[in-house]
Design a protein around this ligand. Structure first.
Ligand SMILES: Nc1ncnc2c1ncn2[C@@H]1O[C@H](COP(=O)(O)OP(=O)(O)O)[C@@H](O)[C@H]1O
Ligand SMILES: Nc1ccn([C@H]2C[C@H](O)[C@@H](COP(=O)(O)OP(=O)(O)O)O2)c(=O)n1
Length: 230
């Protein structure tokens, strides 16, 4: 399959890629709100397919069933709960299930299947609309929006990312342990970075920001400072 050429005059895109817990979602939502731009949480699409597959009892090793499931799964973003939109999968509210580490691990596993990635490409590009789009994920700057005007790659130490996730899940009442989360984060990092297709890596033209020890506001400020003066 060849990709359709991307018209560079279309709505501007700011991509924010990085590993789990680097703050992509939080920073992207703040930046999108500040700019009045649309927001794409590409990880939610992979998580939604993983959840639809588990609801349909599809084994994570059954690549052809997973590809069919990707085409068949309806995913909608609804009203915001807290500062995150509800995610409706095949008509059912999957918001809470989506954020679990089990859903993250399933998403990471199916995301290594090239046909699943190809099946989600157009759905992700359809989020590009005026006045602009902030897109977060693993391959936003490298594969999905290679012509994005601004590309950011967020990192943070694995210990800090595990601690952030620990606090986040505890606040949601999910029972987790810090060593368990650190192990899961390191396993996901390795799988996402070492897969053959669209591995997690900074685009050559991405600005890297190490968020270890930085506040959310400080990171938002650094990202907004990359945009031309408004
Ligand atoms: N710079 C930061 N400093 C401290 N906590 C942060 C920072 N960025 C994000 N967080 C917190 O870390 C948690 C994980 O962030 P999230 O945006 O979900 O990361 P990602 O989308 O990269 O997995 C959230 O609870 C968020 O509030
Ligand atoms: N653009 C993307 C987004 C997510 N994925 C895969 C790989 C990730 O481990 C899972 C879950 O991604 P998500 O961004 O929701 O996870 P984190 O919030 O970073 O923990 O999906 C991907 O391969 N490509």
């Amino acid at each position: 399959m060849t990709d359709a050429p991307i018209d560079p005059s279309r709505a501007p895109v700011l991509t924010i890629d990085g590993p789990s817990g680097s703050g992509k979602g939080t920073i992207s939502r703040h930046v999108a709100r500040a700019l009045g731009w649309h927001y794409l949480d590409s990880g939610a699409l992979y998580r939604a397919v993983g959840i639809a597959a588990s609801w349909a009892d599809i084994d994570l090793s059954d690549a052809s069933a997973l590809v069919r499931c990707t085409f068949d799964t309806e995913i909608e973003f609804g009203d915001e709960v807290g500062d995150e939109p509800r995610v409706i999968v095949n008509g059912l509210d999957a918001t809470d299930e989506l954020r679990t580490e089990t859903a993250g691990a399933a998403a990471s596993a199916i995301a290594a299947i090239p046909e699943v990635r190809a099946a989600l490409k157009d759905r992700q590009r359809a989020f590009r609309r005026a006045p602009g789009l902030v897109a977060d994920g693993r391959d936003m700057g490298t594969v999905i929006f290679p012509d994005a005007g601004i590309k950011v790659f967020l990192t943070a130490s694995a210990d800090e990312r595990a601690e952030r996730r620990y606090k986040q899940l505890k606040e949601k009442g999910v029972s987790v342990t810090l060593p368990g989360l650190l192990r899961e984060i390191l396993a996901r990092d390795a799988r996402d970075a070492n897969r053959a297709v669209a591995p997690l890596r900074p685009a050559d033209d991405a600005v890297r920001i190490d968020t270890t020890g930085l506040s959310i506001d400080a990171v938002v400020e650094r990202v907004l400072a990359l945009l031309p003066a408004r």
